[in-house]
Structure formats: C-alpha cells, structure tokens
Design a protein around this ligand. Structure first.
Ligand code: SF4
Length: 362
C-alpha cells in the first residue's frame, strides 16, 4: 500500500471516528470528505448521523404547492427567470380568489401545505399580506398550513412598511401566520450576494430577521441552493453559519437544499449532476448535526431526489406547483404513487407528514 493511500485511509478513519463518537466535523474535515471520500463513505457517515434522529427505513413526505402570489420584483437577482420589473408586461398579483382556488386544488390532490413565495413588489403594502393570511386562516382553519413568505420577502416587507423585524413578525403573527421559511438564502456569503443579488439583503440582515422571527414565536427553517458558481469554501461557509445559528437559537425545524435551474436566467450555465447534489446532501447531514430533519428536493431532482434518503435525508415534498423553478426548467409530476414507489423500492416506508393542525411542530 502506498504512503498516499495509507494517509488517505487514516484521514478518513479519523473523521469517521469523530462522527461515530458524536463529535463534530469542522470545515477542514468537510473539505477533505468532499474531495476524497467515496459515495459509499459519505453515505455511511451520513447514515450514522441520520440514525441518531430517525429509524433506518423511515422517511416522511408532504404534498404541497408553492403559491407565487406576485412575480413583480425589484431585486433583479441574476439567477432568476421568474421576476418582472414594476410596469413590465406580464407582471401579476394574485387575488384572494386566485389563492383560494389554488388552495382548494391542493386539498383536492391530497395536500395540506402551501408556501407563499413572490417578489419584492413595491405596490403591495403590509395590509395585502395580513389580509390574505388572515382570510386563509379564517377560511381553512387547521385543514391546511401555510408557509407565509421567505426570510428575503419578510426583510423587504418590513423595510417597505418601515417596521422593525420584531414589529413585522408580530403583525404577521397576529394575522394568523405560524411559519416564515428560510427561503431566499441561496448561498449565505456576502461575496456570493454581491455577485448575484446585491439588492437581496446581506447575510447579517438575513440572520437578524430570522432571529426576530424566532423570538416572535414563529417557526422557521433553513434552506440552501447549490449549482451556481459558488466555491466549495462558500458552500462550507453556508453550512457553518447555519450550524452556528442553530446552536444559538435552536429555531431551525429543518434544512432543505435544492439545485439551481439555469434555463432562461441571466447567468445561465449548466445544471450540476444529481451525483454532486447527493454528495452535498450527505455532507450537509454530517455537518448539520444539530438539525434533525434534512430534506431532499423532488422539485429540482424529480424522483432521483429520493436517492438522497441513502445520503442522509429523511423527508421530502411532493410539489404540485412552483412557478419560480418551473420558469427556470424544473418539471413537476403529479404521479405521486410512482415517486413514492421509488422510495419503497429503495427500502423506505414513506409516511405522510402533516404540518397543519398542530399535529407536527416541524
Ligand atoms: S429570486 Fe426572488 S428576490 Fe430575486 S429577482 Fe427573483 S423573485 Fe426577486
């Protein structure tokens, strides 16, 4: 056996021992794993961490839809194929009736979770959001749950309404909101944001807002998007910031990573492979040892996302709509049984996870 192979084996053994003992890996360990570990080795370590939270053959899923209530946006992220500038043709804002029709269709298809995601629309006052969310709560009660906005939209909304983050969170809570998800994070480094989304708030503002949301008693999540031009160090910085924030707050119910769809975007490019996505999922599970629920993205990887269950994930959505990613090339299948059967073929027993009605806290 050559010296290089021996060194490689001993490096892996050292990291594996840490994971087995429940110790944390650091960014250097993660970098080494990314560059040197085989898929089987990553699966094995991710499985060890997953096993601390979930039975080996278990996984959960939800049928959900993302409701893109407006596509008007002033942020101009160069990776976005969805937005229209104010006054441009094709811009829209959904009415309450439009939203109710989408929610009724979701329920008819067996789903009970909606996630609202739109643009930074300067025409929409705080009252648009509060009226919409209180009308949904009044009409549907606990029959469905909704993720109201992403952190990025929340930041814009608070600024636009000239409210502190705490005040904005309280106003939304009074309107019946229970969740504001960690969407709009993409890659949480200041460099990445200045390259691609300089009007979409800083990383520091992102976490301050998320902290205010948690302190107001709302629930939230962590997200990440890979496959732009981000470096390995930027991916690791994102994971490190997320882990640290969870140490400080304990407020992140889950972590969801998906992949950038480049079609019809300003920056363009080609998609990363599913294999790269799965390896990153495993690395995330190993690194984020303080987040029990790691989610895999059917929206951007279709049923191949379920291979992510072997790479440390335990949960996934079956989405019926998301215009943002569909505009950039995502395809959605409503053949839920085919997708669930793939999970079963892999040896998992998928169980529906209800977020609504207080049955689940995450
Ligand atoms: S990604 Fe979101 S914030 Fe950025 S331009 Fe698109 S809609 Fe606007």
């Amino acid at each position: 056996m050559g010296n290089a192979v021996v060194a490689c084996n001993s490096q892996f053994a050292g990291i594996a021992a840490k994971v087995d003992q429940g110790l944390r890996i650091d960014a250097d360990d993660a970098r080494w794993l990314w560059k040197n570990a085989s898929d089987a080795e990553l699966c094995s370590l991710a499985g060890t961490v997953r096993g601390r939270f979930h039975a080996p053959d278990s996984c959960t899923y939800m049928v959900m839809r993302i409701i893109n209530y407006t596509n008007v946006c002033v942020a101009q992220c160069d990776y976005c194929a969805f937005y229209k500038l104010p006054g441009a043709s094709g811009g829209y804002v959904l009415s309450h009736e439009d939203v109710f029709a989408k929610l009724d269709e979701l329920i008819a298809l067996g789903g009970d979770l909606a996630a609202f995601n739109g643009g930074f629309n300067p025409q929409l006052p705080l009252s648009y959001y509060c009226d919409l969310f209180s009308a949904i709560r009044a009409r549907y009660g606990d029959a469905l749950e909704f993720y109201a906005l992403t952190i990025a939209e929340f930041l814009y909304l608070a600024d636009h309404a000239k409210l502190t983050y705490a005040e904005a969170a309280t106003r939304l809570k009074e309107a019946g909101v229970r969740w504001i998800t960690g969407g709009g994070s993409e890659i949480l480094t200041e460099d990445f944001r200045s390259r691609h989304s300089k009007f979409k708030y800083t990383v520091a503002q992102y976490f301050l807002a998320q902290q205010a949301i948690i302190e107001a008693g709302l629930k939230t999540t962590a997200t990440m998007v890979i496959g732009f031009d981000e470096t390995l160090d930027e991916r690791l910085e994102h994971l490190e910031r997320t882990r640290r924030f969870q140490d400080e707050t304990g407020g992140l119910a889950s972590f969801l990573c998906w992949t950038f769809k480049p079609y019809f975007t300003q920056i363009g490019g080609i998609e990363i492979t599913t294999s790269e996505y799965l390896r990153h999922l495993a690395l995330s599970r190993i690194y984020l040892d303080n987040i029990p629920r790691i989610r895999t993205s059917v929206l951007t990887q279709n049923e191949r996302a379920l291979d992510g269950l072997r790479f440390g994930a335990d949960d996934f959505d079956l989405p019926i709509e998301d215009e943002v990613t569909q505009k950039a090339g995502a395809t959605i299948s409503l053949d839920f049984e085919r997708i669930l059967n793939y999970a079963r073929q892999l040896g998992y027993t998928p169980q529906y996870r209800h977020v609504s009605g207080g049955q689940q806290t995450s």
